[in-house]
Design a protein around this ligand. Structure first.
Ligand SMILES: Cc1ncc(COP(=O)(O)O)c(C=O)c1O
Length: 406
């Protein structure tokens, strides 16, 4: 190993983000490398939920007006906006990323009449591919095209392209400015999935046409916290999506016979906001509003590089491969390793208190959330992985039994 634990402790002592760890509830003895799946809870979550419960019992139905519940999708969107480099009035928050994908893709198709192709990256997370395929099946005359080489894939039939800024499996990152410019130069619209970007590093969607993402990974919004859809202001007057729910109506309480879209981003809301699910997200955003995203990126690069260096010391001799890029500039905040026995290795590691996850067929994923991970955690996690490999703990039969959620 190239660095000592004492040197890692010195890095922790000098870490400008180190003080944020105290704001998260993490069990003693656990090294949490799964913040790219479900972020850790801010300690203020219980109080935030209790506050909403108090509003509910004090104001009952009056909470929709007096507590601002009806506007939560938009007020929360304004709080998220700086995290993806856009302005107020450009994000609607609600439902899941899967639903946000339908909103963005269907709106993009409407903005490009005559173009019949949706380009979907085969490297996209399954729900992105499934939702696009389902949407296109329900529409007449459209088709999905697999993204191969971007220039070879783009032509005058392409209405929009859906890609993830960070690949959920490899952890590698696209250059969004460059890809967006190429897609738009071909007359198509660019839709980014930011699930593995937002909260992991500074994101700039100011030129993108649409973006979607979840808030439960690096943003720490809690299990099932609401997702978001961003719509560039240049499209807001024309963009109309398929999910024409009453909350996106121009006059929801006029109960008109037909649908008329609301002005601006409000038309990207659908149904009754999930008020209780917004509470933990607001607790998390209270933290994020104090965070320097540049410092998050610097620490993320340092943490992922340290993990790769440490695993390099023993990985190859046990058949562990590095799936993520060695070039830190091309990585998100995740390091993916490969091993044919990846699943039992991840389970055995969890028994030593190090939580990573597994993605079929052979990928061990480790997420590095800079707000609550320490350099010593990375050192200890790599040491534990070395021990699992050296002693062969993972060979025990019990580690092979697959849990429902991997
Ligand atoms: C890139 C990406 N998109 C979408 C999702 C999930 O979408 P949903 O919020 O609808 O479950 C995930 C979940 O891990 C993801 O990694």
């Amino acid at each position: 190993m190239t660095i000592s634990r004492a040197e890692c402790a010195a890095l922790d002592a000098a870490d400008p983000l180190g003080h944020f760890r105290d704001e998260f509830a993490l069990p003693e003895g656990t090294i949490y490398l799964t913040g790219n799946s479900l972020g850790a809870p801010p300690k203020t979550v219980a109080a935030a939920v209790a506050r909403v419960m108090g509003e509910w019992s004090d104001r009952l139905v009056g909470g929709w007006n007096a507590s601002g519940w009806f506007d939560l999708p938009l007020t929360t969107g304004d709080r998220l906006a700086p995290l993806i480099g856009v302005g107020p009035g450009q994000i609607a928050v609600g439902e899941s990323t899967s639903i946000a994908i339908v909103k963005a893709v269907s709106a993009a198709l409407g903005l490009r009449p005559g173009r019949r192709v949706v380009v979907s990256d085969p490297a996209n997370f399954p729900t992105d591919r499934y939702m696009v395929e389902g949407l296109v099946r329900a529409l007449d005359g459209y088709e999905v095209r697999r993204l191969e080489d971007l220039d070879a894939t783009l032509d005058d039939d392409v209405a929009c392209v859906l890609m993830s800024e960070v690949d959920y499996r490899t952890g590698d990152r696209h250059d969004t400015a460059e890809v967006t410019a190429r897609v738009q130069a071909a007359g198509a619209l660019m839709i980014w999935d930011l699930c593995h970007s937002v909260g992991a590093f500074p994101v700039d969607m100011s030129r993108a046409d649409f973006a979607v993402g979840c808030t439960y990974k690096y943003l720490n919004g809690g299990p099932g916290s609401p997702a978001f859809v961003y719509v560039h202001p240049r499209h807001q007057a024309e963009a109309e999506h398929l999910l024409t729910g009453w909350c996106g109506h121009a006059a929801p309480f006029a109960f008109e016979p037909g649908y008329r879209p609301a002005e601006g981003i409000r038309r990207f809301t659908v149904g009754t906001p999930h008020v209780l699910s917004f509470a933990p997200l607001h607790a998390a955003l209270d933290i994020w509003e104090r965070v320097d995203l540049g410092a998050v990126r610097d620490k993320s690069v340092a943490l992922t590089s340290l993990f790769i260096d440490l695993v390099d010391g023993f990985g190859a001799s046990y058949g562990l491969g590095l799936l993520s890029s060695r070039d830190a500039g091309r990585r998100g905040s995740q390091v993916s390793l490969t091993h044919p026995e990846g699943y039992p290795i991840v389970r055995a590691l969890a028994d030593l208190g190090v939580l990573g996850d597994f993605r079929a067929p052979d990928t061990l994923r480790f997420g590095f959330a800079p707000l609550y991970l320490r350099f010593t955690d990375v050192y200890d996690a790599a040491t534990a992985l070395g021990e699992v490999m050296e002693k062969g703990h993972w060979r025990e039969e019990r580690y092979r039994r697959r849990l429902a959620v991997t």
